[in-house]
Design a protein around this ligand. Structure first.
Ligand code: CP
Length: 311
């Protein structure tokens, strides 16, 4: 297929064919990362701006490394180091970055829709690195990449996503990618964090982890998004952990070969115990490694279109 998007804003925008194309491209870039010389010249002479208005370890670092491996020049800015802190609008900031010849802008923002807002106003390619509780498309892609790499397929898998579905952009991107690729998705958590309206996505809902755990091929545990919750959605972390935390006793009931995933940052003793995070089912660090290859693929594909439009 021919990739035609200068921006990656949401997996809801992508067809199954486009998702598979990104995964296949990422598999090729993963091979580059295993060579002695890990760089390719695909974005030589181009500038990527990593603009993170919210905190990040994994996403920011892997976008920077991905751009470096593609030979781009990279500039990192944050909310406090930008003039957003002096009251400049997001649109003006983005226009100024483009005036400084940014070819690609990677944006993480607390407002859902912020990356689409600037993408519609810029010729530069815009990649959503997580916007509010809307989507985190590269996380969704690296999660399905890791499942496909480990289990050989996506179609027909039973994937449980556990926890704070209501506020999770990671959950939304996973639901879009997995349902488009033919997996069965089961959303698991307390009714306050897994409202019935999510059934419209095609996912099944369960409020009892213990009932569904033995049938899962993948269990993806989410962080409680305290920063996005305006009220208490459960009595306390102790009660949450006792009902929905993946402890050693629960992990013993997983299928052999089932994958334990978490987008990070993890809270040991809440979403999962340390012995499970570091145990044989865990692919949490593989997810991080695969994030680099997936982000190389996304920058390469969107960069190719954005740079053509500029020329
Ligand atoms: N998974 C994820 O988005 O992690 P960071 O917040 O560290 O980027």
């Amino acid at each position: 297929m021919i990739w035609t998007r200068k921006d990656l804003l949401a997996l809801s925008d992508l067809s199954a064919e486009e998702i598979v194309f990104v995964l296949d491209t990422a598999a090729e870039f993963k091979g580059v990362g295993q060579r002695r010389l890990k760089k390719v010249p695909s974005l030589r002479g181009k500038t990527l701006i990593n603009f993170f208005v919210e905190a990040s370890t994994r996403t920011r670092t892997s976008f920077e490394l991905a751009a470096v491996r593609l030979s781009a020049d990279v500039v990192n800015i944050t909310a406090t180091s930008s003039s957003l802190s002096k009251g400049e609008s997001l649109k003006d900031t983005a226009k100024n970055l483009e005036a400084l010849a940014a070819d690609l802008i990677v944006l993480r923002h607390s407002a859902s829709g912020a990356p689409r807002f600037i993408a519609e106003r810029l010729q530069a390619g815009v990649i959503n690195a997580g916007d509010g509780s809307h989507e985190h498309p590269t996380q969704g892609l690296l999660d399905v990449f890791t499942m496909r790499e480990r289990l050989g397929r996506i179609e027909g898998l039973k994937v449980g996503i556990v926890g704070d579905i209501r506020f999770s952009r990671v959950a939304r991107s996973n639901i879009w990618a997995l349902t488009k690729l033919g997996a069965e998705v089961i959303l698991i958590g307390p009714p306050t964090l897994v409202p019935r309206e999510f059934e419209r996505t095609g996912a099944r809902i369960s409020h009892r982890l213990d009932e569904v755990l033995p049938e899962l091929d993948v269990v993806n545990l989410l962080r409680i998004q305290h920063e996005r919750q305006k009220a208490g959605y459960f009595p306390g972390t102790g009660e949450y952990a006792s009902l929905f935390g993946l402890n050693a006793a629960r992990a013993a009931r997983l299928k052999p070969g089932a994958l334990v995933m978490h987008p990070g940052p993890i809270h040991r003793g809440i979403e999962l115990d340390g012995s499970v995070a570091d145990g044989p089912h865990s692919v949490i660090l593989d997810q991080v490694t695969n994030g680099l290859a997936v982000r190389m693929a996304v920058l390469f594909l969107c960069g190719s279109v954005a740079l053509k439009e500029e020329a």
